[in-house]
Write a protein that binds this ligand. Sequence first.
Ligand SMILES: [Cu+2]
Length: 110
Amino acid sequence: MVSVRERDFKISVSTTHVDAGEVVFRDRNLGPDAHELIVVRSDRAGLRLRADGMTVDEDGLEKLIVGALEPGSAGETRELRVLLVPGTYTLLCNMYGHYMGGMHSTLVVA
Ligand SMILES: [Cu+2]
């Protein structure tokens, strides 16, 4: 279980290293905006920005995105259960401007 806290504009995680296998992210949105949570394997391909310069280009990342939560309101707590193989992952919110605002965090799975 990894506790994730999202707020404008930061993602904090309770740990940055977990064992491979089933991982549950317990994601709490402290707001005030809605936030999504995307978990993407980021050691296979770098995260490129779209032409807008503000959001991560998710095209071509489909196979590397291991799980996602749609935008959730402030105050919501949700769980995302994923199976992770060893590697480096990025947790991010890709709502307009949020990634560039600082909403990303690294997780190492070994
Ligand atoms: Cu966000």
